[in-house]
Design a protein around this ligand. Structure first.
Ligand SMILES: *[C@@H]1O[C@H](CO)[C@@H](O)[C@H](O)[C@H]1NC(C)=O
Length: 388
């Protein structure tokens, strides 16, 4: 072809042929430029973050879900605290605590048992159930109802005399990572749980603050323990709570060396006291069914009945040991709404109160943070100012 073009004999023909070649070339180039994206667009668009499928098993995803445990409801749908409407002193304290640690609480009014008419008392309740015990059951049952009336998956329920470590969010984030990789679940988590539930949903009740501890002695291996630098030293754990914690940790085979370093999760067995516990929707339904609908409130004390239901295997829970939430004790009649104010001492006051299960204390943080020595502070400043 080049020989022909270069032959020199037909300039016009050579030019025409050259032009045709150029036109074909340009047309071919522009066709491919236009048609390539049209026909192959799907395969060449870079995957955006949104389009990329989430790998539910990746460490990255689990860490992101565990971060929800740091939000204002600690990774649960909501947090309520039960408080008798007249215990405004405790409501003041809970409001301070929550605001100091970035937690948001809703008041769930406690119930005066004398207003619960006989017809509303669960069939199996003791005939002589004291009004304060009946009212306590009713308030917790109202919290269970509240969860079912929302579209949330979980609810954390507090009593109103709590304390927690200022590092509570670190502890809850660690707990979430452990529960996402639980070794003591019966079935692996569903995709919905892996996507939405920082603590999984394979439980009715999750105790994060309770009194008696310990898993089922027949299933000692059903326990999962991990390092948590915010665990209290044994010296810091006071009273009969200490024995319960030691019993539980030793039952699961933890050495004394590990005991001041680790937290542990076990299926709930002898757990007692509803100081701080979470429920799932299934848990709320099961509790209302067992203790109200079929009326199996045998002991009357709601926490004791729940313990019995765990031991009977009719309620499914996990217990965190040592607990992350502790009762705060001031001593005397202020510590319980079941004790009448009378001759009993009115307690040693909030500043001298103590929390048996904690290393750090948000109550102490409040005292330290709000302490002020204003005029002495001014005097220190004035000393330098007057030298002008
Ligand atoms: C905290 O995280 C949980 C779990 O994702 C969620 O259900 C809840 O709404 C969040 N709470 C707040 C206050 O964002």
């Amino acid at each position: 072809m080049w020989t022909f073009l270069n032959s020199g004999r037909h300039h016009a023909t050579r030019l025409t042929v050259l032009l045709i070649i150029i036109i074909i070339f340009v047309a071919a180039m522009s066709y491919s430029a236009v048609s390539y994206p049209l026909t192959h667009s799907a395969s060449i668009v870079a995957p955006s973050e949104v389009d990329r499928p989430i790998d539910l098993l990746s460490g990255e995803h689990q860490a992101a879900l565990a971060k929800h445990a740091r939000n204002a409801s600690l990774g649960f749908g909501d947090i309520v605290y039960i408080s008798m409407p007249e215990r405004t002193d405790r409501q003041d304290a809970m409001t301070l605590l929550a605001s100091f640690t970035g937690i948001s609480l809703k008041l769930m009014p406690g119930v005066d048992g004398t207003v619960v008419p006989p017809k509303a008392i669960p069939d199996g309740a003791p005939k002589d159930i004291p009004p304060s015990v009946l009212g306590c059951f009713r308030a917790h049952a109202n919290a269970w109802q509240y969860l079912l009336q929302t579209d949330m998956d979980t609810l954390l329920i507090f009593e109103d005399d709590l304390d927690w470590d200022p590092n509570i969010k670190d502890t809850m984030e660690r707990l979430s990572l452990q529960m996402q990789n639980s070794k003591i679940r019966l079935q692996p988590p569903s995709d919905y749980e892996r996507m939405n539930a920082p603590y999984g949903l394979d439980w009715d009740v999750l105790y994060v603050g309770s009194h008696k501890h310990g898993g089922n002695p027949d299933l000692k291996d059903s326990a999962q323990a991990w390092d948590d630098p915010d665990v209290p030293g044994l010296k810091g754990v006071g009273g009969m709570g200490k024995g319960g914690i030691l019993y539980a940790l030793r039952l699961a085979g933890l050495s004394d060396f590990d005991i001041e370093k680790k937290r542990m999760l076990t299926p709930s067995y002898t757990t007692e006291k509803n100081t701080a516990y979470a429920i799932t929707r299934q848990g709320a339904a099961r509790l209302l069914f067992l203790l109200s609908y079929i009326g199996d409130l045998k002991a009357g004390d709601v926490d004791q009945d729940m313990t019995r239901l765990f031991i009977e295997g009719r309620l499914k829970g996990y217990t965190l040991t040592p607990p992350a939430f502790s009762q705060f004790k001031v001593g005397g009649s202020k510590d319980s709404d079941n004790i009448k104010v009378g001759k009993t001492v009115n307690g040693k006051g909030n500043v001298k109160g103590y929390s048996p299960y904690l290393k750090g204390s948000a109550r102490r943080l409040i005292v330290d943070s709000l302490k002020l020595d204003n005029w002495n502070d001014y005097k220190k400043v004035t000393g330098t100012v007057t030298t002008y």
